[in-house]
Structure formats: structure tokens, C-alpha cells
Design a protein around this ligand. Sequence first.
Ligand code: VGL
Ligand code: ZN
Length: 211
Amino acid sequence: MNAITTGPRDVLLVIDVQNDFCPGGALAVPRGHEVVPVINDLVNRFEHVVLTQDWHPRRHSSFASSHPGKQPFSQITLPYGPQTLWPDHCIQGSSGARFHDSLSWTKAEMVIRKGFRPAIDSYSAFFENDKTTPTGLTGYLRERGLTRVFCCGLAFDFCVRYSAEDAHAQRFETLVIEDACRAIDMDGSAQATRDSLGAQGIALINSSAIR
Ligand code: VGL
Ligand code: ZN
């Protein structure tokens, strides 16, 4: 991979590096905490950093506990389509919803919260799972003149995947820094993510390529 030099129109989009997605958390991503030193190092190489924070109210519709008889990691159909059910996680104001203690978050110019509407989940940083409700991030990036989005964080096969696909669909130049991500990997979802990103022409790169 050729070296990539970052500039004033580039943004590092750090997705959901929160306690609940790290070992010991409610929806722990295997080795999720390992992204933290990689991302902290990347933060120094970007002028602009934006974070996302999964931010659910209690009894959110994506929680298995909100659907009597349903188990976490099963699927249901909500009015907007299929939805995976999760353990209760990233509840607004809880310690699980906080950024990982070692994440260097102070440089972030913007924090996009998502998943706060009780009836709609939101994997992507750009659109909720109904594919129509915007988070406001497209407008923010455009108004700021930011044109190239480097995605990293948790989880590779859910929130990072859908954020990258939406960034690309919104015509931002989009890259995913794979060694700065970790996957949940349910039923081959990590490989399916690589295939899908590849098919769309979204580059998967290593953090060592970024100068
Ligand atoms: C995520 C499942 C539920 C993620 C968020 O950040 O990938 N996954 N909520
Ligand atoms: Zn969530």
C-alpha cells in the first residue's frame, strides 16, 4: 500500500470506542480494546477528528430485553426491516456508554450521538437503520469542507461497515483502517464486510500507510 498523506480536507471518524464494546462491557467485541493505542496514534496524524457514541435510552427497541421471549443476537422484523437484537448496551449516561478511558478523545471537534430514538437503531454514523433518518453528519462534513473520511473503531462488521458504506454513498472518498477496527463476527459477518466494502470500491488500508 502506498503512503497516504493526510491533509486539511481529511477526517478521522472514530466509531463507538466505548466501554460496552470492550472486554468486560455489555456487548464486548473480542479484543475491542486493542484499537485504542492504534487510534490514539492515528489521532496525531489527522487535523480533524470526529467521534461517534452509541447512545440508547432504556428499553430501546434494539434490546432483546424489550421483546418478551427474545434472546440477544436473534433477529426480528421492525417496521423499517430486519433488526438484530442486542444485550442492553450504551445506555445514555451509563459508564458503559463512556468512551474507553484510554481513548484520546480531546481533539475531537464533533461527537455524533446515534441510536437515541427509541424505535430505530442506528449503526451508521450517517443514517439510522431505517436508511432515511439522517444524523446530520453529512451536512456537518460538507459545511466544514471535509471530503475524505477515514473510518475506524467498533465494530468493524456493524457500525464501521455501515458508516463507511453510507459515507461512500454520500460521495465522500472513504477508507477503512482495518487494524484500527475489531469485529463482532457473527455468522461470517467480518468476511461479508470485507467483501461488501471491496465490491463498492471502499479501500481497506493499514494504519501504517498513513503519514
Ligand atoms: C454496534 C451493535 C449495536 C456497533 C452498536 O457499534 O457496531 N453494534 N450497537
Ligand atoms: Zn447499539
